[in-house]
Design a protein around this ligand. Structure first.
Ligand code: FAD
Ligand code: MG
Ligand code: MG
Ligand code: MG
Ligand code: MG
Length: 551
């Protein structure tokens, strides 16, 4: 153990004026945050760091604004413009927060310690390993890319997950153009080098294909006039459509636009192998086909990091694919451990699991039946605990619980109906079909980071009053309301200054106006004025001079 907790405490308390000003906080609990991405950084920015002894561990000492990564691949935005050093974020908090550039490789929940490793230096044992104690651990380590064990992908494809990935892709695109220009290649070889393949028709793959297309047609075609007609972009998707998480109108528009742009959208094809020179894909109708390519980007989804898989095995979640938390973002059966963002998923409790308890609590007069009023009295509590109930009522266009009761009894009945337990079960039997899994997005990760920070800010108060203010009938009192996601909408940039936007309430907008909305939203969402300035000036430079093609 290189870093014992004793040493850490001594460091935290060493003669700062802040400690003198706040004598009421001598024994601050240790909060350890793993990860400086969307979840971890938002948590830190919202945490009242005076209340805790905070330590941050991440193999990257910066936050990256991932939604602009596709723009980095084409040089529309510079890499520097989308990263913010984490030490700068921490410095703004005005407290002494420790950061270590290292990765956690093991969580030990029994002893409340994590094992970390830095590759920047070695300790006396000759490795870069050290132990860190925690009282509270916030796991925000994101996900890894998922190759589905397809042979050759790791060796031959690019990923688009980190800033370095985007830079490598950009260099690789330029190399393909320069290689295709060499004097000794025949036309077939030139074509191969200029065949760009994107695997995965989700938002990232689609946006990358669109931005590559813009880069090629708007900038590179002028610089490489003799070979520009040989360029081909293919987008391969195993499902029947691209952008399946969006509204059908957006999917159709995107497929049509890509068709007009000459992007070859191959839906229903599954990539089964990638070699240095060719990509092999499969379609039930055609069998295997192999196509030569110059550069390939793999963007088919995410998976769980290996050390999280190990952690899940330790805590009895070995049969799951993703680390589960409850609705308060606590990892179950694991005191003091929280998980947010792409590395975790909320296991929403089902109404049907608790139906008897709900009935018992709602039946105040112990009559063995529920009146509409009795149900209404507990409706707010039920809706807070089980958000699927409101979604269900909405999906059935029911105005309230009275409708539900009536539908369970048959329409002819009057206001005075009462439900027995069997009828109550029947009325709510389909509610759990509306349980929604949250998408792996920055929006979710940052809302979770913000929610968790607010809980932490009030934790002391909550500990002094263990009977929390939030009463959930049948479950007793909780300190905090469960996390509730607020979907603010989603963009799908499609190239040519056109973006599709799907906003709450199924509001769809496609075209140039949503592109401007996109610019303004992403400028606003920047985490510092510095990156905001840089991004906006990159966009301006692009409008005036086009994209830079040197690399
Ligand atoms: P991340 O942001 O990935 O952060 C994980 C952090 O953990 C990183 O700092 C990492 O270095 C660190 N870490 C990794 N391993 C360890 C370890 N062992 N120990 C300690 N630290 C570790 N979402 C949107 O909402 N809108 C978009 O437009 C959008 N566009 C995207 C475009 C691209 C190209 C990509 C890749 C993603 C995009 N996303 C978008 C998704 C979004 O980036 C993720 O959902 C979000 O980053 C998840 O946040 P997170 O904190 O869970 O993980
Ligand atoms: Mg994070
Ligand atoms: Mg991030
Ligand atoms: Mg998640
Ligand atoms: Mg009753």
């Amino acid at each position: 153990a290189a870093a014992s907790s004793g040493g850490l405490v001594a460091y935290a308390d060493s003669g700062s004026d802040a400690a003198v000003e706040k004598p009421q906080l001598p024994q601050r609990k240790k909060v350890v945050v793993l990860g400086t991405g969307w979840g971890g950084t938002t948590f830190l920015r919202n945490l009242d760091t005076r209340l805790y002894d905070v330590q941050v561990i991440s193999p990257r000492n910066y936050f990256a604004f991932t939604p602009l990564l596709p723009s980095v691949t084409s040089g529309t935005v510079e890499p520097r413009s989308i990263v913010e050093p984490i030490r700068r974020v921490l410095e703004k908090k005005g407290e002494e927060i420790k950061f270590w550039e290292a990765e956690c490789f093991k969580i030990d929940p029994q002893n409340k310690k994590i094992h970390c490793r830095s590759n920047l230096g070695t300790n006396l044992d000759g490795n870069g390993e050290f132990l860190v104690d925690y009282d509270y651990l916030v796991v925000a380590v994101g996900a890894r890319v998922n190759t589905f064990n397809t042979p050759g992908v790791v060796e031959n494809c690019h990923f688009l997950k980190e800033v370095e990935d985007a830079q490598k892709i950009r260099r690789s695109v330029m190399d393909c153009f320069e290689r295709a220009s060499l004097p000794f290649l025949d036309e077939e070889e030139r074509r191969k080098n200029l065949h760009f393949v994107v695997v995965g028709g989700g938002p990232t793959g689609v946006e990358f294909a669109a931005s590559l297309h813009d880069f090629v047609t708007e900038d590179l075609s002028k610089l490489y006039p003799s070979i520009q007609h040989l360029v081909k972009i293919s987008l391969i998707e195993a499902a029947d459509h691209i952008l399946t998480m969006f509204d059908k109108r957006i999917t159709n528009f995107a497929e049509d636009k890509f068709g007009r742009d000459g992007i070859d959208v191959k839906t229903g094809y599954k990539v089964v192998k990638v070699s240095k020179d060719a990509i092999t894909m499969q379609n039930p109708g055609t069998g295997d086909i192999s196509v030569p390519y110059g550069m390939a980007v793999w963007s088919t989804g995410i998976g769980t990091r290996p050390f999280i898989v190990e952690f899940m095995k330790q805590i009895g979640q070995g049969n799951r694919r993703v680390l589960a938390t409850d609705e308060w973002l606590r990892v179950r059966e694991c005191d003091g451990v929280y998980a947010i963002g792409d590395c975790a998923t909320i296991n929403q409790r089902r109404v049907m699991e608790d139906i008897s308890e709900i009935f018992r609590v709602a039946d105040k007069d112990k009559s063995g039946t529920l009146t509409v009023k009795e149900i209404q009295d507990v409706l707010d509590d039920i809706s807070m605990r089980y958000p699927q109930l409101q979604l269900y009522l909405k999906s059935k266009q029911m105005n309230g619980i009275a409708d539900l009761v009536r539908s369970a009894k048959g329409d002819a009945e009057k206001e005075s109906v009462e439900l027995n337990i069997e009828e109550f079960k029947k009325a709510l039997s389909l509610v759990d079909s509306q349980v929604k899994f949250l998408p792996a997005t920055a929006q979710v990760a940052s809302q979770q980071g913000q929610y968790l920070a607010r809980c932490f800010n009030k934790m002391k108060d909550a500990e002094e009053h263990p009977e929390g203010p939030i009463r959930i009938r049948g479950e007793g009192r909780h300190r905090f309301r469960p996390f509730r996601y607020r979907h603010l909408g989603q963009f799908a940039p499609l190239g040519g200054e056109q973006t599709a936007a799907q906003l709450p309430g199924d509001w769809i907008s496609i075209g140039h106006s949503s592109q401007w909305l996109w610019y303004s939203v992403y400028a606003t969402k920047q985490i510092s004025w510095r990156t905001r300035m840089l991004v906006v000036s990159d966009w301006t430079r692009r409008f005036i001079f086009g994209r830079d093609s040197s690399c």
